[in-house]
Ligand binder design. Structure first.
Ligand code: FES
Ligand code: FES
Length: 159
């Protein structure tokens, strides 16, 4: 039995501890925001936060999350409002197909926890492991910047 917290809630799963965490999150727990891209740690689509660190779930075994806290995008929005990082991505149209977006949002959260006021070079370095096949990098950068500066637009006004 593997026990951990998922998006704030306790989980206890009777699964093979050698299965990829990505597979367990998507197939067993139905968390479809955790995307399967390359499957070999190269694209960042499967990023989740484990104890606030951005981790590729395709390279993580289920047994490695025993006692840890996992956050996926499903755990972000609350009470009818998007999380500020989600809102910033929306405000800046930081996606096209949005396949990469959950990974970028979680990687941004990890960055802002570590460095609340990152400069452009720091943002680029930190997000280098997340790829966007649609090439939305300029807008993603703007979204991250806005999230860092707290410039989240709601109903046309900055707050
Ligand atoms: S699917 Fe995990 S890094 Fe690409
Ligand atoms: S928006 Fe399509 S992969 Fe990034």
């Amino acid at each position: 039995m593997i026990e951990f917290r998922l998006n704030g809630n306790p989980q206890a799963l009777d699964v093979d501890p050698t299965r990829p965490l990505l597979e367990v999150l998507r197939d067993d727990l139905g968390l479809r925001s955790v995307r399967e891209g390359c499957g070999i740690g190269m694209c960042g689509a499967c990023t989740v936060l484990i104890d606030d660190r951005a981790i590729s779930s395709c390279l993580t075994l289920a047994g490695q999350v025993q006692g840890r806290q996992i956050l996926t995008v499903e755990g972000l929005a609350g009470e009818g409002r998007l999380h500020p990082v989600q809102q910033a991505f929306l405000d800046h149209a930081a996606f096209q197909c949005a396949f990469c977006t959950p990974g970028f949002i979680l990687a941004t959260l990890a960055l802002l926890k570590e460095e609340p006021t990152p400069d452009e070079a720091t943002i680029k370095t930190h997000l280098a492991g997340n790829l966007c096949r649609c090439g939305s990098y300029r807008n993603i950068l703007e979204g991250v910047r806005a999230a860092a500066e707290g410039q989240v637009l709601v109903e046309g006004g900055a707050q």
